[in-house]
Write a protein that binds this ligand. Structure first.
Ligand SMILES: Nc1ncnc2c1ncn2[C@@H]1O[C@H](COP(=O)(O)OP(=O)(O)O)[C@@H](O)[C@H]1O
Ligand SMILES: [Mg+2]
Length: 319
C-alpha cells in the first residue's frame, strides 16, 4: 500500500550563533491512510522539530538540510511557499504542543474555530458557521458551550477545540503534538479515544507525538522511537511492546507504570538526551546505555530492518 506520507532521510538543523546544530538526522518513516503512528521519545529528542517540518512551519533558525517529505508522492520540500498553502491545513494539519493554552482569551471558541475554517478563502461566513456546528459535534463539545470563552473551558475541552481547529479544512493527516500532556489521566484517555474515533470515522492518518510510551499501547498502530534526533527503533505496536530490541525502547517501557497495575512505580531513565552542541561521535544513546562498548563510542549505528517492518539502530542487536 502506498503510504500517505513517506519521509525519507530527513535532516534538520538549527542555526545558533552561526553554527549548525543537528536536531534531526537522517530519519525515515511512513504513515498509512487510516492508521496511527506514535512518535515517542523524551523531551529534546526532535519530535516537535520533525512534525513542524512536515508542514514547513519550522522557526526561522530551523532549516531542512536534506531528505524528502512525500505526501501522496509529491515532495513537499520542492513546492513553492504558494503551492505549499494547498497542503498546509488542507492535507496535513497539526495541533501544536501547548496550543490549548494559547487560545485567544477574548474571542469565543466558536469564532476561533470559524476563523480556522476561513483559511479556505472561498468559504462564506454562513458555510463556516454550519461547519463550526459539525466540528464541535465531531470533537464532542456540547453545542451550547461553543459560544463560551476559553477560560470557561476545562483543559480537555480546550484540547477538543484545538482538534476542531486542526480539522477545519478537512485534512487527511492529523498531527497531535503532546495532546494529553498536562491533562489528568481520565481526560487523557478521553482525548486519546477521540483521536482514535477520528482515525476510524474520518479515515484520518494520525501522528500522535508523546514522551509517554504508556499512552500509545491502546491507540496506535505503529511506533517510531526517536532518540537524540535519530530513529532508535520503529515497528508495529505489538512488536515494540512485546519485543523491544533497542535498549532505549526497553528503558522507556520500564519507565512507565503498567496501566493494568495502578500504583506500580515509575522508574525514570537516569541522565538526559544529549545536548545538540555536544552530540556523541558514535551512538547517541551510548553515554546512558548499559550495553555500551567500544564500537558504540566510535560509530553511529544505522537503523536496520531486523525483521519485516521492524527497524533497530543498535550495534548490539543481531540483524
Ligand atoms: N528554535 C530552536 N533553536 C535552536 N534549537 C532548538 C530550537 N527548537 C528546538 N531546538 C533544539 O532541538 C532539539 C529538539 O527539540 P524538539 O524538536 O522541541 O524536541 P521534542 O519535541 O522531542 O522535545 C532540542 O535539543 C532543542 O533544544
Ligand atoms: Mg516537543
Amino acid at each position: 500500500m502506498t503510504p500517505i506520507l513517506d519521509v525519507q532521510n530527513l535532516s534538520i538543523d538549527y542555526q545558533s550563533n552561526g553554527h549548525p546544530l543537528h536536531a534531526v538526522e537522517d530519519i525515515n518513516f511512513q504513515v498509512q491512510k487510516g492508521r496511527s503512528l506514535a512518535l515517542v521519545g523524551e523531551s529534546g529528542c526532535g519530535k516537535t522539530t520533525t512534525m513542524l517540518s512536515l508542514l514547513r512551519l519550522l522557526p526561522a533558525e530551523g532549516r531542512i538540510i536534506g531528505g524528502r517529505i512525500l505526501y501522496r508522492g509529491t515532495d513537499l520540500l520542492r513546492l513553492s511557499e504558494r503551492e505549499m498553502r494547498d497542503y498546509r491545513w488542507k492535507k496535513l494539519a497539526i495541533v501544536f504542543q501547548g496550543a490549548m493554552n494559547a487560545l485567544n482569551p477574548v474571542q469565543r471558541v466558536s469564532d476561533q474555530i470559524a476563523e480556522a475554517i476561513m483559511r479556505e478563502p472561498q468559504i462564506t461566513r454562513k458555510q463556516a458557521l454550519t461547519r463550526v456546528g459539525e466540528l464541535i459535534e465531531i470533537v464532542g463539545i456540547p453545542a451550547n458551550r461553543a459560544q463560551q470563552y476559553p477560560h470557561q473551558f476545562s483543559g480537555g475541552m480546550r484540547q477538543r477545540a484545538m482538534i476542531a481547529m486542526a480539522l477545519a479544512c478537512e485534512p487527511d493527516v492529523l498531527i497531535a503534538d503532546e495532546p494529553t500532556t498536562a491533562l489528568d489521566v481520565m481526560i487523557q484517555a478521553q482525548i486519546l479515544s477521540l483521536l482514535q474515533k477520528l482515525q476510524r470515522d474520518l479515515g484520518l492518518a494520525v501522528i500522535l507525538v508523546t514522551h509517554d510510551l504508556g499512552v500509545v499501547a491502546e491507540v496506535c498502530d505503529d511506533v517510531l522511537v526517536m532518540y537524540g534526533g535519530k530513529v532508535a527503533e520503529a515497528g508495529d505496536v505489538e512488536t515494540i511492546f512485546n519485543k523491544p530490541l533497542h535498549p532505549y525502547t526497553q528503558r522507556l517501557l520500564q519507565a512507565f507504570p503498567d496501566i493494568n497495575r495502578p500504583g506500580s512505580t515509575l522508574a525514570s531513565i537516569a541522565g538526559h538526551p544529549p545536548p545538540l552542541d555536544d552530540l556523541p561521535t558514535g551512538c547517541r544513546f551510548e553515554p546512558r546505555c548499559h550495553l555500551s562498548s567500544e564500537i558504540c563510542k566510535r560509530i553511529p549505528p544505522l537503523a536496520l530492518e531486523h525483521d519485516a517492518g521492524h527497524y533497530v539502530a543498535c550495534h548490539h542487536v543481531e540483524q
